[in-house]
Design a binder for this molecule. Structure first.
Ligand code: PEP
Ligand code: MG
Length: 317
């Protein structure tokens, strides 16, 4: 019995009836890797690459410099998955060399994420080339994804850039814009997988700046409308036989992690510190219970009621 308890404390993520939900880490670079490994992360679900670009100032880091940093991360998860998010500049993360954000009246709605990369295709090409170089000869399962994909044309442009770079890695689109959730199935005609970024998805669904305290209540990931959008993406992926991970802050809340599993999320990525509690909570509930909790949360009015309704189901009331 002690061995079973230990497996639940350190092993792969799964519901009590054995439905696998890989638990992955959100990282910002090699410095975050030891904590992810210590928490038993099965890989990386979101490698935010902005940090690497913030240090450079006037120009992006050279391909060799990028490759060195990426390799350090990839080497730490020999058999695992590492999902690298392409540079997500603009709005809250302005970068001088992209000229992003500065002159825009509404940076969160402007040239950010994939839009900035498509405006400077050489920056995206270099990043993809560096990843190809970094992954060479390693057994790791590398995946790449684009931030702020709005429509099928965006997904197609990203897939074309990956093809042009000759990168064999699986390609994904982040679902952070409500339009992308509504048309998730169309995105999957162009890319291999989806990953929901609940932070931006909440910001855009509720028209509430994620950096503004005065509108913080709409950033609550228990909002039923946000869960509806997640469900759209997860159901579309399920129908296409593809994966749909969650990599926003929502996945770090143990009860919400069960709800997201019930909605059809195929993996959960979070800050390493949250992994042990999410693993333990998931292991206490069946997939059917997670689905009932998800249905109860979606049927509720407001975030507080959704949380209470899901928790009632999960505690067997
Ligand atoms: C998100 O928007 O939920 C996300 C994971 O990306 P970031 O927080 O880096 O914008
Ligand atoms: Mg985001």
């Amino acid at each position: 019995r002690r061995r079973a308890a230990l497996a639940r404390a350190t092993g792969p993520g799964a519901t009590s009836d054995g439905h696998r939900v890989p638990l992955l880490a959100n990282i910002g670079g090699p410095a975050d890797v030891p904590a992810a490994v210590a928490a038993g992360a099965e890989g990386v679900g979101l490698f935010r690459t902005e940090l690497l670009f913030l240090s450079g100032g006037e120009r992006p880091p050279a391909v060799e410099e990028q490759a060195r940093v990426y390799r350090e991360v990839l080497a730490a998860f020999p058999e695992g998955r590492v999902v690298v998010r392409m540079l997500d500049a603009g709005a809250d993360k302005p970068l001088d060399f992209l000229g992003s954000g500065a002159a825009e009246p509404n940076p969160a709605l402007g040239v950010r994420g994939l839009r900035a990369l498509l405006a400077r295709p050489e920056v995206l090409a270099d990043q993809l080339a560096a990843l190809g170089e970094a992954a060479a000869g390693l057994p790791v399962h590398l995946e790449v994804m684009a931030p702020m994909v709005a429509d099928r044309a965006d997904a197609a442009a990203f897939a074309a850039a990956c093809r042009a770079a000759g990168l064999g890695a699986a390609r994904g689109a982040m679902v952070e814009i409500p339009a992308a959730a509504l048309r998730a199935r169309a995105l999957l005609q162009e890319v291999d997988f989806l990953s929901v970024g609940t932070n931006d998805l909440a910001q855009y669904a509720f028209a509430a700046d994620r950096q503004l305290g005065a509108v913080a209540r709409w950033q609550d990931p228990w909002q039923p409308a946000l869960l509806d959008l997640v469900a759209l993406a997860a159901e579309a992926a399920g129908a296409e036989g593809r994966s749909c991970g969650i990599c926003g802050e929502a996945a770090a809340d143990p009860a919400l992690a069960c709800v997201l599993t019930g909605l059809g999320a195929t993996s959960l990525s979070m800050g390493a510190a949250a992994i042990p509690r999410v693993r333990a909570t998931l292991a206490k509930h069946t997939l059917a219970q997670c689905r009932r909790a998800a249905a109860a949360a979606r049927a509720a009015d407001g975030a507080g009621a959704a949380r209470a309704a899901a928790q009632a189901v999960l505690s067997g009331e």
